[in-house]
Design a protein around this ligand. Structure first.
Ligand code: CAA
Length: 416
């Protein structure tokens, strides 16, 4: 039997505070419906300087190890996907290894390619295990980021922060990946970037949406070509994309998942052999609200409450989907689209494991969110203005980590 490799378990970490998106809209003199209906947001995580990408990554990885009884001596690789790292040289993964006192026998590195870095790490870990190079060991891949555009910018309501830690192994209780089917589309574009020394991203917002959709088309078509060849999907009464039980997208804001799904359907409708239709009819059919509700909507609950988490956004959608529907999706194939600006997109698929519901109950994502505190827009603005090198002296919650001080260019952290 072919070796199964994929995601065995996951855990999340989020900043302790969030702002209600309608409060933010009112403070900005914007009709709240623009943020709620227009962007699909509800709440937005607010990270303070103590909650940097290291602290969030360590908190998520620690929770993964504790909640799922991971034996660190069986972990041979630790990868952190992030585009908001804290040093030009020292890896976030080294900090995480140190904070969690993980054994020295593991390969550790960061993967950076905007929001695609986490998926790059997941694929490196999956292929390492599948090739046999891991010799039966597991990998931990942590996606950790703080999405920051700044006060009073168009991107402001699409900020957020957090981390998702994934345990990758030969026991894929959450998702067994279809190795060899992945489709990729990459090219050199300036749609979203963050020059060295800047805390806030620079973004050409509407262009970035077009880049995402264009890259999605190439990545999906690449996956579909291989999936058709392996008879994982087929042209028939239903479109190939419709044969996936759910499709998860990179979610910079929830409405983007709807645009992405329309684009994916358009690819199928344009390419379907023997179907006579006009471009206008295809565009209308691509928008199908029923298809969006059936295949996408149920995955967006956590994204709407946390906001953009760059590398982790796709994996928050996975967590959101499986915490609600892990049991009913067991044995079913889902599709996943990762997008990183700059840009690189990858479409891949996998089969939800029989252990998904049990693993998600064990990880208890809701308990993590329930501890958060809602803050006013004034408090959010105060936090945003804090210098990144002077964290507030707050005690970390049990099992979590915070940056406490930067001394002689060395970052010091405390665990709760
Ligand atoms: N009621 C309901 N809907 C309303 C409304 C109202 N009163 N007012 C406006 N809307 C709708 C608009 O019609 C629009 O919907 P459609 O896109 O479906 O037409 C939506 O609200 C947003 O309105 P605008 O396009 O006018 O908003 P904007 O120009 O102020 O900014 C944005 C939107 C470009 C997404 C901006 O928030 C931004 O730059 N965000 C950061 C960039 C980003 O997230 N890019 C995504 C692709 S890149 C990527 O994915 C990588 C990554 O993580 C960053």
């Amino acid at each position: 039997m072919k070796k199964q490799v994929g995601i065995e378990a996951l855990a999340i970490a989020v900043p302790r505070r969030y702002v209600d998106i309608e409060d933010l809209a009112r403070a900005r003199g914007v009709e709240p419906a623009k943020y709620t209906a227009g962007l699909g947001a509800k709440e937005m995580a607010v990270a303070d300087p103590g909650e940097d990408s290291v602290a969030l990554a360590a908190s998520a990885a620690s929770r993964l190890i504790q909640r799922h009884g991971v034996d660190p001596s069986r972990v041979g690789m630790l990868v952190v996907g992030t585009e908001t790292g804290v040093d030009h040289s020292k890896a976030v993964s080294s900090h995480v290894q140190g904070l969690l006192k993980l054994p020295r026998t593991m390969r550790t590195f960061d993967a950076q390619h905007a929001c695609y870095g986490g998926t790059a790490g997941l694929m490196a870990a999956t292929e390492w295990i599948a090739s046999g190079a891991g010799a039966g060991r597991s990998a931990i891949v942590v996606c950790s980021d703080i999405a920051r555009y700044g006060l009073n910018t168009a991107g402001e309501p699409t900020q957020g922060g957090g981390a998702v830690a994934l345990l990758v192994s030969e026991q894929p209780d959450l998702l067994a990946l279809d190795i060899g089917l992945n489709g990729v589309s990459s090219m050199d574009v300036y749609d979203f970037w963050r020059p060295l020394g800047r805390r806030e991203a620079v973004v050409d917002g509407h262009y970035s949406i077009n880049c995402y959709l264009d890259a999605l088309s190439g990545a999906y078509r690449g996956w579909r070509e291989r999936a058709l060849a392996h008879e994982v999907v087929r042209w028939g009464e239903t479109l190939p994309g419709e044969q996936l039980a759910r499709i998860l997208y990179h979610v910079p804001f929830c409405k983007m998942a709807r645009k992405a799904h329309t684009q994916l359907r358009l690819c199928d409708l344009e390419d379907a052999p023997g179907r006579e239709s006009t471009p206008a009819a295809r565009e209308e059919a691509a928008k199908s609200p029923a298809s969006y509700e059936a295949q996408v909507a149920s995955s967006l609950g956590l994204n709407a409450r946390i906001g953009n988490v760059y590398t982790a956004s796709l994996y928050l959608a996975l967590a959101g989907l499986l915490q609600g529907e892990g049991a009913e999706l067991a044995g079913k194939r889902i599709g996943l689209l990762s997008y990183g600006s700059g840009c690189c997109a990858e479409f891949y698929s996998g089969v939800v494991g029989e252990g998904a519901a049990r693993r998600m109950a064990q990880t208890d994502v809701e308990a993590v969110l329930a501890k958060r505190e809602r803050v006013s827009v004034e408090e959010y603005e105060r936090i945003m203005k804090l210098p990144s090198d002077a964290p507030e002296p707050l005690t970390p919650a049990p099992g979590e980590f915070r940056l406490t001080e930067i001394r002689e260019h060395r970052r010091l952290y405390a665990g709760g």
